[in-house]
Ligand binder design. Structure first.
Ligand code: ADP
Ligand code: MG
Length: 309
Protein backbone atom coordinates (compact mmCIF):
# COMPACT_ATOMS: atom_id res chain seq x y z
CA UNK A 1 0.00 0.00 0.00
CA UNK A 2 1.30 3.40 -0.89
CA UNK A 3 0.41 6.68 0.74
CA UNK A 4 -1.49 7.75 -2.33
CA UNK A 5 -5.24 7.83 -2.73
CA UNK A 6 -4.88 8.02 -6.51
CA UNK A 7 -2.06 7.07 -8.86
CA UNK A 8 -2.41 7.82 -12.53
CA UNK A 9 0.20 6.85 -15.13
CA UNK A 10 0.39 7.93 -18.78
CA UNK A 11 -3.36 8.39 -18.77
CA UNK A 12 -4.76 9.25 -22.18
CA UNK A 13 -8.23 9.75 -23.54
CA UNK A 14 -9.34 10.40 -27.09
CA UNK A 15 -13.07 10.84 -27.65
CA UNK A 16 -14.08 9.21 -30.92
CA UNK A 17 -15.32 11.39 -33.76
CA UNK A 18 -19.08 11.57 -34.01
CA UNK A 19 -21.29 13.29 -36.57
CA UNK A 20 -19.53 16.49 -37.56
CA UNK A 21 -17.21 16.69 -34.56
CA UNK A 22 -13.74 15.27 -35.13
CA UNK A 23 -11.95 13.00 -32.63
CA UNK A 24 -10.76 14.90 -29.55
CA UNK A 25 -7.61 14.12 -27.59
CA UNK A 26 -8.79 15.25 -24.17
CA UNK A 27 -5.94 13.78 -22.05
CA UNK A 28 -2.45 13.42 -23.46
CA UNK A 29 -0.59 11.13 -21.07
CA UNK A 30 -1.03 12.36 -17.51
CA UNK A 31 1.05 11.21 -14.52
CA UNK A 32 -0.42 12.22 -11.19
CA UNK A 33 -0.26 11.12 -7.55
CA UNK A 34 -2.80 12.38 -5.06
CA UNK A 35 -1.86 11.79 -1.42
CA UNK A 36 -4.28 10.23 1.05
CA UNK A 37 -5.92 12.64 3.42
CA UNK A 38 -5.36 15.72 1.27
CA UNK A 39 -7.74 18.28 -0.15
CA UNK A 40 -6.45 18.28 -3.69
CA UNK A 41 -7.34 20.88 -6.31
CA UNK A 42 -7.44 20.14 -10.00
CA UNK A 43 -7.38 23.45 -11.81
CA UNK A 44 -7.62 24.43 -15.41
CA UNK A 45 -9.68 26.44 -17.88
CA UNK A 46 -12.78 25.12 -19.58
CA UNK A 47 -12.00 22.26 -21.90
CA UNK A 48 -8.70 21.45 -20.16
CA UNK A 49 -9.71 17.85 -19.47
CA UNK A 50 -10.62 18.05 -15.76
CA UNK A 51 -13.99 16.34 -16.03
CA UNK A 52 -12.57 13.72 -18.37
CA UNK A 53 -9.90 12.86 -15.79
CA UNK A 54 -12.42 12.75 -12.97
CA UNK A 55 -14.95 10.73 -14.90
CA UNK A 56 -12.25 8.18 -15.72
CA UNK A 57 -11.42 7.94 -11.99
CA UNK A 58 -15.13 7.46 -11.29
CA UNK A 59 -15.45 4.74 -13.90
CA UNK A 60 -17.90 6.85 -15.95
CA UNK A 61 -15.57 7.35 -18.92
CA UNK A 62 -13.37 4.62 -20.38
CA UNK A 63 -9.73 5.61 -20.74
CA UNK A 64 -7.89 5.12 -24.03
CA UNK A 65 -4.52 4.25 -22.46
CA UNK A 66 -2.59 4.30 -19.22
CA UNK A 67 -3.05 3.03 -15.68
CA UNK A 68 -5.28 4.20 -12.87
CA UNK A 69 -5.00 3.00 -9.30
CA UNK A 70 -7.53 4.04 -6.69
CA UNK A 71 -6.82 3.44 -3.01
CA UNK A 72 -4.23 0.88 -4.10
CA UNK A 73 -6.60 -0.98 -6.45
CA UNK A 74 -5.80 -1.14 -10.13
CA UNK A 75 -8.89 -0.01 -12.01
CA UNK A 76 -8.59 -2.74 -14.67
CA UNK A 77 -7.71 -5.62 -12.37
CA UNK A 78 -9.94 -4.65 -9.43
CA UNK A 79 -12.75 -2.61 -10.93
CA UNK A 80 -15.17 -3.28 -8.09
CA UNK A 81 -12.84 -2.30 -5.24
CA UNK A 82 -11.51 0.74 -7.04
CA UNK A 83 -15.05 1.93 -7.77
CA UNK A 84 -16.10 1.40 -4.15
CA UNK A 85 -13.27 3.62 -2.92
CA UNK A 86 -14.45 6.74 -4.72
CA UNK A 87 -17.60 8.87 -4.77
CA UNK A 88 -18.15 11.55 -7.36
CA UNK A 89 -20.34 14.63 -7.36
CA UNK A 90 -20.58 15.23 -11.11
CA UNK A 91 -20.63 18.57 -12.86
CA UNK A 92 -23.87 17.80 -14.69
CA UNK A 93 -27.18 17.79 -12.83
CA UNK A 94 -28.16 14.29 -13.91
CA UNK A 95 -30.95 13.21 -11.57
CA UNK A 96 -33.96 11.04 -12.12
CA UNK A 97 -36.87 13.52 -11.81
CA UNK A 98 -39.23 10.90 -10.37
CA UNK A 99 -37.09 9.92 -7.40
CA UNK A 100 -37.30 11.59 -4.04
CA UNK A 101 -33.96 12.38 -2.41
CA UNK A 102 -34.38 9.49 0.02
CA UNK A 103 -35.25 7.07 -2.79
CA UNK A 104 -32.34 8.34 -4.90
CA UNK A 105 -29.95 7.59 -2.02
CA UNK A 106 -31.43 4.14 -1.45
CA UNK A 107 -31.10 3.28 -5.15
CA UNK A 108 -27.52 4.55 -5.21
CA UNK A 109 -26.70 2.54 -2.07
CA UNK A 110 -28.18 -0.51 -3.75
CA UNK A 111 -26.02 0.06 -6.84
CA UNK A 112 -22.95 0.10 -4.63
CA UNK A 113 -24.05 -2.98 -2.70
CA UNK A 114 -24.39 -1.19 0.64
CA UNK A 115 -26.45 -3.50 2.91
CA UNK A 116 -29.67 -1.94 4.24
CA UNK A 117 -28.45 -1.89 7.86
CA UNK A 118 -25.35 0.10 6.87
CA UNK A 119 -27.26 2.76 4.96
CA UNK A 120 -27.30 6.22 6.44
CA UNK A 121 -29.64 8.01 4.05
CA UNK A 122 -31.23 10.25 6.68
CA UNK A 123 -27.90 11.14 8.22
CA UNK A 124 -26.50 12.07 4.81
CA UNK A 125 -29.60 14.10 3.91
CA UNK A 126 -29.16 16.00 7.16
CA UNK A 127 -25.49 16.60 6.41
CA UNK A 128 -26.33 18.30 3.11
CA UNK A 129 -29.36 20.14 4.51
CA UNK A 130 -32.03 18.21 2.62
CA UNK A 131 -33.80 16.51 5.52
CA UNK A 132 -36.94 18.59 4.87
CA UNK A 133 -37.00 17.50 1.25
CA UNK A 134 -36.40 13.79 1.81
CA UNK A 135 -39.78 12.91 0.33
CA UNK A 136 -40.07 15.55 -2.43
CA UNK A 137 -39.75 14.63 -6.10
CA UNK A 138 -36.39 15.60 -7.55
CA UNK A 139 -38.10 17.62 -10.29
CA UNK A 140 -39.53 19.95 -7.62
CA UNK A 141 -36.09 20.70 -6.14
CA UNK A 142 -34.26 23.94 -6.92
CA UNK A 143 -30.92 23.84 -8.70
CA UNK A 144 -29.10 24.27 -5.38
CA UNK A 145 -31.04 21.42 -3.79
CA UNK A 146 -30.23 19.17 -6.72
CA UNK A 147 -26.57 19.86 -6.18
CA UNK A 148 -26.94 18.98 -2.52
CA UNK A 149 -28.55 15.73 -3.57
CA UNK A 150 -25.68 14.97 -5.95
CA UNK A 151 -23.27 15.44 -3.06
CA UNK A 152 -25.39 13.16 -0.89
CA UNK A 153 -25.40 10.48 -3.61
CA UNK A 154 -21.61 10.60 -3.80
CA UNK A 155 -21.45 9.76 -0.08
CA UNK A 156 -23.82 6.78 0.23
CA UNK A 157 -21.14 4.09 0.04
CA UNK A 158 -18.83 5.84 2.53
CA UNK A 159 -16.00 6.26 0.01
CA UNK A 160 -12.39 6.94 1.03
CA UNK A 161 -12.19 9.54 -1.71
CA UNK A 162 -14.75 12.23 -2.55
CA UNK A 163 -14.49 14.00 -5.89
CA UNK A 164 -16.34 17.26 -6.55
CA UNK A 165 -16.41 18.45 -10.15
CA UNK A 166 -16.84 22.25 -10.23
CA UNK A 167 -19.04 22.15 -7.14
CA UNK A 168 -19.41 25.89 -6.85
CA UNK A 169 -19.87 26.91 -10.49
CA UNK A 170 -22.99 29.06 -10.48
CA UNK A 171 -24.12 28.27 -6.92
CA UNK A 172 -25.22 30.80 -4.30
CA UNK A 173 -23.18 31.77 -1.26
CA UNK A 174 -25.17 29.64 1.15
CA UNK A 175 -24.64 26.50 -0.88
CA UNK A 176 -20.98 27.31 -1.34
CA UNK A 177 -20.58 27.61 2.43
CA UNK A 178 -22.44 24.36 2.99
CA UNK A 179 -20.14 22.64 0.52
CA UNK A 180 -16.95 23.96 2.07
CA UNK A 181 -18.10 23.16 5.59
CA UNK A 182 -18.85 19.62 4.54
CA UNK A 183 -15.57 19.30 2.68
CA UNK A 184 -13.66 20.39 5.79
CA UNK A 185 -15.67 18.12 8.05
CA UNK A 186 -15.27 15.06 5.82
CA UNK A 187 -11.58 15.78 5.37
CA UNK A 188 -11.12 16.11 9.15
CA UNK A 189 -12.71 12.70 9.46
CA UNK A 190 -10.08 11.34 7.09
CA UNK A 191 -11.68 11.50 3.67
CA UNK A 192 -9.46 12.46 0.76
CA UNK A 193 -11.07 15.26 -1.26
CA UNK A 194 -10.43 16.10 -4.88
CA UNK A 195 -12.11 19.11 -6.39
CA UNK A 196 -11.95 20.83 -9.72
CA UNK A 197 -12.43 24.52 -10.12
CA UNK A 198 -11.37 27.34 -12.34
CA UNK A 199 -11.37 29.78 -9.43
CA UNK A 200 -7.89 30.25 -8.09
CA UNK A 201 -9.13 31.81 -4.83
CA UNK A 202 -11.20 28.76 -4.17
CA UNK A 203 -8.24 26.44 -4.61
CA UNK A 204 -6.14 28.75 -2.48
CA UNK A 205 -8.70 28.68 0.30
CA UNK A 206 -9.45 24.97 0.29
CA UNK A 207 -6.58 22.93 -1.13
CA UNK A 208 -3.31 21.64 0.32
CA UNK A 209 -2.01 20.73 -3.10
CA UNK A 210 -2.84 21.69 -6.62
CA UNK A 211 -2.39 20.29 -10.09
CA UNK A 212 -2.95 22.50 -13.09
CA UNK A 213 -4.03 20.95 -16.32
CA UNK A 214 -4.31 22.65 -19.69
CA UNK A 215 -5.05 21.15 -23.11
CA UNK A 216 -4.96 17.64 -21.64
CA UNK A 217 -1.47 18.05 -20.16
CA UNK A 218 -0.32 18.56 -16.60
CA UNK A 219 1.46 21.92 -16.44
CA UNK A 220 2.06 22.14 -12.70
CA UNK A 221 1.81 20.08 -9.55
CA UNK A 222 2.83 21.54 -6.22
CA UNK A 223 1.68 22.59 -2.78
CA UNK A 224 -0.72 25.50 -2.91
CA UNK A 225 1.73 27.67 -1.00
CA UNK A 226 4.58 27.00 -3.45
CA UNK A 227 2.44 27.49 -6.50
CA UNK A 228 0.93 30.75 -5.38
CA UNK A 229 4.30 31.91 -4.14
CA UNK A 230 5.49 31.90 -7.75
CA UNK A 231 2.70 34.29 -8.52
CA UNK A 232 3.86 37.42 -6.86
CA UNK A 233 2.72 39.83 -9.53
CA UNK A 234 0.16 42.23 -8.15
CA UNK A 235 -1.59 45.28 -9.40
CA UNK A 236 -2.59 48.15 -7.15
CA UNK A 237 -5.38 50.37 -8.38
CA UNK A 238 -5.06 53.85 -6.89
CA UNK A 239 -7.81 56.43 -7.28
CA UNK A 240 -6.32 59.92 -6.65
CA UNK A 241 -8.20 62.75 -4.93
CA UNK A 242 -7.46 64.93 -7.95
CA UNK A 243 -5.97 64.04 -11.35
CA UNK A 244 -2.32 63.03 -11.01
CA UNK A 245 0.16 65.44 -12.58
CA UNK A 246 3.20 63.27 -12.05
CA UNK A 247 3.15 59.47 -12.16
CA UNK A 248 4.68 57.49 -9.31
CA UNK A 249 8.13 56.22 -10.14
CA UNK A 250 10.23 53.61 -8.38
CA UNK A 251 12.31 50.60 -9.45
CA UNK A 252 10.12 47.66 -10.42
CA UNK A 253 6.89 49.63 -10.86
CA UNK A 254 4.92 49.67 -14.08
CA UNK A 255 2.36 52.46 -14.00
CA UNK A 256 -0.59 52.81 -16.32
CA UNK A 257 -2.90 55.80 -16.23
CA UNK A 258 -6.51 54.79 -16.82
CA UNK A 259 -9.16 56.83 -18.62
CA UNK A 260 -11.13 57.20 -15.36
CA UNK A 261 -8.12 58.84 -13.69
CA UNK A 262 -7.14 55.78 -11.66
CA UNK A 263 -3.57 54.52 -11.74
CA UNK A 264 -2.89 50.83 -12.25
CA UNK A 265 0.47 50.08 -10.67
CA UNK A 266 1.95 46.62 -11.27
CA UNK A 267 4.70 45.29 -9.06
CA UNK A 268 6.26 42.09 -7.80
CA UNK A 269 5.61 41.50 -4.14
CA UNK A 270 8.98 39.76 -3.73
CA UNK A 271 10.80 42.89 -4.87
CA UNK A 272 8.51 45.71 -3.82
CA UNK A 273 6.40 45.68 -0.67
CA UNK A 274 3.03 47.45 -0.85
CA UNK A 275 4.37 50.17 1.46
CA UNK A 276 7.05 51.09 -1.10
CA UNK A 277 4.37 51.38 -3.79
CA UNK A 278 2.28 53.68 -1.59
CA UNK A 279 5.37 55.73 -0.79
CA UNK A 280 6.07 56.20 -4.50
CA UNK A 281 2.49 57.37 -4.93
CA UNK A 282 2.79 59.90 -2.11
CA UNK A 283 6.20 61.06 -3.39
CA UNK A 284 4.53 61.91 -6.68
CA UNK A 285 2.30 64.32 -4.72
CA UNK A 286 -0.77 62.16 -5.15
CA UNK A 287 -3.39 62.03 -2.40
CA UNK A 288 -5.06 58.65 -2.32
CA UNK A 289 -8.84 58.56 -2.29
CA UNK A 290 -9.16 54.82 -2.67
CA UNK A 291 -6.89 51.86 -3.21
CA UNK A 292 -7.37 48.19 -3.97
CA UNK A 293 -5.17 45.39 -5.20
CA UNK A 294 -5.82 42.86 -7.91
CA UNK A 295 -4.37 39.40 -7.51
CA UNK A 296 -2.86 37.40 -10.30
CA UNK A 297 -5.52 35.14 -11.75
CA UNK A 298 -5.41 31.68 -13.18
CA UNK A 299 -4.69 33.11 -16.60
CA UNK A 300 -1.47 34.58 -15.18
CA UNK A 301 -0.58 31.23 -13.67
CA UNK A 302 -0.82 29.60 -17.07
CA UNK A 303 1.17 32.35 -18.74
CA UNK A 304 3.81 32.11 -16.03
CA UNK A 305 4.01 28.36 -16.22
CA UNK A 306 4.06 28.07 -19.96
CA UNK A 307 6.63 30.85 -20.28
CA UNK A 308 8.99 29.24 -17.77
CA UNK A 309 9.37 26.01 -19.71
P1 ADP B 1 -13.05 20.47 -18.46
O1 ADP B 1 -13.82 19.67 -17.47
O2 ADP B 1 -11.66 20.80 -18.01
O3 ADP B 1 -13.79 21.70 -18.88
P2 ADP B 1 -13.57 18.26 -20.27
O4 ADP B 1 -12.85 17.08 -19.72
O5 ADP B 1 -15.02 18.34 -20.06
O6 ADP B 1 -12.83 19.59 -19.78
O7 ADP B 1 -13.32 18.34 -21.84
C1 ADP B 1 -12.02 18.18 -22.41
C2 ADP B 1 -12.16 18.19 -23.93
O8 ADP B 1 -12.83 17.00 -24.36
C3 ADP B 1 -13.00 19.34 -24.47
O9 ADP B 1 -12.44 19.75 -25.69
C4 ADP B 1 -14.35 18.73 -24.66
O10 ADP B 1 -15.05 19.38 -25.69
C5 ADP B 1 -14.02 17.31 -25.05
N1 ADP B 1 -15.07 16.37 -24.61
C6 ADP B 1 -15.51 16.20 -23.34
N2 ADP B 1 -16.46 15.23 -23.29
C7 ADP B 1 -16.61 14.78 -24.55
C8 ADP B 1 -17.43 13.78 -25.16
N3 ADP B 1 -18.28 13.03 -24.44
N4 ADP B 1 -17.29 13.59 -26.50
C9 ADP B 1 -16.43 14.31 -27.22
N5 ADP B 1 -15.64 15.27 -26.72
C10 ADP B 1 -15.70 15.51 -25.39
MG1 MG C 1 -15.56 20.03 -16.50
Amino acid sequence: MTGNAIEVRRLAKTYAASGKSPAKEALKGIDLDIPRGSVFGLLGPNGAGKSTLINILAGLVVKSAGQVSIWGFDQDRNPRQSRAAIGVMPQELNLDPFFTPRAALEVQAGLYGVPARERKSDEILRLVGLEDKAGAYARTLSGGMRRRLLLAKALVHHPHILVLDEPTAGVDIELRQMLWENVRKLNDEGMTIILTTHYLEEAEEMCDEIAIINHGTLVARDSTANLLGQLDKKTMIVTPESPAETLPDAPGLVVESRPDGALAISYHLNETPAEAVLEAVRNAGIRIRDVRTVEADLEDVFLNLTRSR
